[in-house]
Design a protein around this ligand. Structure first.
Ligand code: HEC
Ligand code: HEC
Length: 275
């Protein structure tokens, strides 16, 4: 039924693009940064290609969210200029800047494509967020995470995690923390989780430390262990110093929580969008 309806809509819209193509050729576009008022099928196609090569690793092949949030039809919510700005300049939570990689018209093509993706609000959230909060409260998560000021922080703050990450990524994190899936690698390259680089250290006098890197320069490294305690070292005092991007101080909850509990927890995390 919906498939037929979509086909029907496409049958009406595609010829309309065709007609506007002729008009667009006659009247030049207002400016490079202006949204494409009547996207042609070719623009949308080009936008789809750009999306699949540049954006889908983080936002999912259908834009439904993975490590990045669901961005289906987001220009509708934020407005095209705001979305163009995000693509051009990036955001602090892991969204890279595409300045110098995509020109203004390529960005507008991606936006035209995003508008064709119907927003599926729930993504793959299947659990119960209220039960998920109980799972969170009883599983010791707050020992390492802060939500709205509560908890402590060996791990990243989760107050807005539902806005920053898609449900698929949240589930993967709970089952395989720090996993070096392709998307996690892309993320590492962009700098995001470099903050939480897992470090293994053995000092020359024989003490072993595991934790996440806090700061590092040529001579010193500071790490934070599972208990949130900071340890500072002179590199010259170390016998072993290993960075292990695939590892995390966060334990895996695979087998410790049931599938239902994991799904509920994902629903709870996905609902955290900040104040
Ligand atoms: C390396 C992973 C990554 C890539 C590649 C990536 N994004 Fe993002 N994007 C993110 C993350 C993470 C966020 C969450 C916001 C943040 O960074 O604080 C985000 C946020 C956004 C937002 C804002 C969503 C909101 O609700 O405010 C838009 C729009 C967006 N991305 C579009 C794109 C487009 C278009 C591309 C491709 C040209 C792209 N992204 C490529 C990771 C990525
Ligand atoms: C011993 C400390 C520790 C515990 C306990 C812990 N975490 Fe984490 N968590 C971390 C660290 C460190 C990271 C960042 C590195 C990584 O992703 O592995 C992280 C990452 C995450 C992320 C990804 C955040 C992002 O922005 O990408 C989520 C979601 C998360 N944890 C949820 C949970 C939940 C839910 C629990 C309880 C069921 C939990 N964590 C228990 C330390 C912990």
């Amino acid at each position: 039924m919906t498939a037929i309806r979509r086909l029907w809509i496409a049958a009406v819209i595609i010829p309309l693009w065709g007609m506007s193509a002729n008009r667009a050729a006659a009247s030049p576009r207002a400016g490079q940064d202006a949204p494409i008022a009547n996207p042609q099928a070719a623009d949308v196609d080009q936008g789809k290609q750009t999306f699949e090569t540049r954006c889908s690793t983080c936002h999912g092949l259908d834009g439904g969210g993975a490590m990045g949030p669901n961005i289906q039809a987001i220009p509708m919510r934020l407005g095209a200029p705001a979305v163009a700005d995000v693509i051009k300049n990036g955001m602090s939570g892991g969204m890279p800047s595409f300045a110098g990689q995509l020109d203004a018209s390529q960005i507008q093509q991606v936006i035209a494509y995003l508008l064709t993706l119907t927003h599926k609000d729930s993504g793959t959230v299947t659990g119960d967020a209220v039960k998920g909060k109980d799972v969170y409260d009883t599983s010791g998560c707050a020992a390492c995470h802060i939500i709205s000021g509560e908890g402590s922080g060996a791990g990243p703050e989760l107050t807005k995690v539902g806005q920053l990450r898609g449900p698929g990524y949240l589930k993967t994190t709970l089952l395989y923390p720090g996993s070096d899936l392709p998307q996690a690698r892309v993320f590492l390259e962009t700098g995001g989780l470099l903050d939480y680089m897992f470090v293994h250290i053995v000092t020359k006098d024989g003490h072993t430390f595991d934790g996440t890197r806090v700061t590092e320069d040529s001579f010193r490294i500071v790490i934070k262990d599972v208990n949130g305690t900071f340890h500072s070292f002179q590199k010259s005092d170390l016998r072993e110093f290993k960075k292990e991007p695939g590892k995390s101080v966060m334990p895996s909850y695979k087998g410790k929580l049931s599938d239902t509990q994991i799904d509920d927890l994902v629903a709870y995390l996905a609902s955290l969008k900040g104040e």
